[in-house]
Ligand binder design. Structure first.
Ligand SMILES: Nc1nc2c(ncn2[C@@H]2O[C@H](COP(=O)(O)OP(=O)(O)OP(=O)(O)O)[C@@H](O)[C@H]2O)c(=O)[nH]1
Ligand SMILES: [Mg+2]
Length: 297
């Protein structure tokens, strides 16, 4: 019998390239939230894919940006630090957008990385062959991108090929996580992330980027139902009004959509109570960032 293989894989790239979508597709459930807005992922999120012959531990990371506040600095650090602790790096490129200035900055950084890099050209379902050709031509000029996989994470197209390409770099290794474990992120944190995901989807402009979610309490009744109390932090009074909406309508929608995700994950009914509070400029406050989980443990 062939030896069991395992290893860690960092997923890095510009915001909105589809990094979290790719990881969720491999893991088979939503462990990292996804939205059409940039800068959705703020922390390192682990996703574990276990098969009979191998285990791949993915590390989803925040999209690379030029930081505008302390939260942005933290996110950038989280992303780049991940590349030092892995067997393989996936550099995700949005095929429909091509290689932009942010990708160029990442390319420069990746030149110093020790682990092998697989360039993943994602969203081929909405890109043309010509778009892909332009990307390939740019990658051809760098020696570090010998391996490339075209992908549509949304359609699930190309995932098998990517998995095989990753395995080509793995050696014999242990089962790092039990086979039924898909992430090391605690359920209460994922519940908070579901709330942020719905806020990202339903709110406009800069409002969702200034949102942080804290799960105040999570407890399970004897009959299995979960009671969850959460606070949505935002940066301005005017934002608070919009998040709550007319007669509470927006908050109700955010809560109801988030509750469905929580119920699916927890496999039981959830009773969710949401509060909204203003903490001006919290994205520059290390204290509040720490409370919300944006700090090195
Ligand atoms: N058409 C298409 N859309 C995709 C594909 N993969 C991801 N998306 C969409 O792209 C958007 C961004 O996806 P995410 O997975 O949140 O991207 P991300 O790279 O994790 O973004 P950040 O966390 O902000 O860095 C979402 O609307 C996804 O549905 C794909 O293969 N095809
Ligand atoms: Mg993401």
């Amino acid at each position: 019998m062939a030896a069991f293989k395992s290893g860690f894989v960092s997923i890095i790239g510009s915001p909105n390239a589809g990094k979290s979508t790719i990881m969720n597709a491999f893991v088979g459930q939503k462990v990292s939230i996804v939205s059409s807005k940039a800068q959705t992922t703020r922390n390192r999120v682990l996703g574990v894919l276990t098969r009979k012959t191998h285990q791949i531990v993915f590390i989803d990371t925040p999209g690379i940006i030029t930081p505008k506040n302390k939260l942005g600095e933290y996110m950038l650090k989280v992303a780049y630090e991940s590349i030092n602790e892995v067997e393989v790096i996936l550099f995700i490129i949005d095929a429909s957008k091509g290689i932009g200035a942010r990708d160029e900055a990442i390319i420069q950084r990746l030149k110093k990385a020790k682990a092998p890099i697989i360039a993943v050209i994602n969203k081929i379902d909405i890109a043309s062959m010509a778009d892909v050709d332009v990307i390939n031509a740019r990658l051809d000029t760098e020696g570090i991108f010998k391996e490339r996989v075209r992908l549509s994470a949304l359609m699930g197209d190309g995932l098998d090929r990517l998995e095989q390409t990753i395995l080509g770099h793995f050696e014999q290794g242990p089962m790092y996580f039990p086979e039924d474990m898909v992430t090391d992120v605690p359920e209460r944190v994922i519940c908070g992330e579901f709330i942020r995901e719905k806020a990202l989807g339903l709110l406009k402009q800069e409002i969702p980027h200034g949102i942080g979610v804290y799960i105040d309490k999570m407890s399970q009744r004897d009959d299995g139902i979960f009671d969850i109390w959460a606070t949505i932090y935002c940066e301005r009074d005017s934002h608070k009004g919009i998040i709550i909406g007319k007669q509470g309508s927006m908050l109700k929608r955010i809560g109801s959509e988030a509750r469905h995700e929580m119920e699916w994950m927890l496999g039981t009914k959830v009773n969710l109570t949401l509060w909204v509070k203003v903490k001006s400029d919290w994205r520059n406050s290390l204290g509040i960032m720490n409370e919300l989980g944006y700090s090195e443990k």
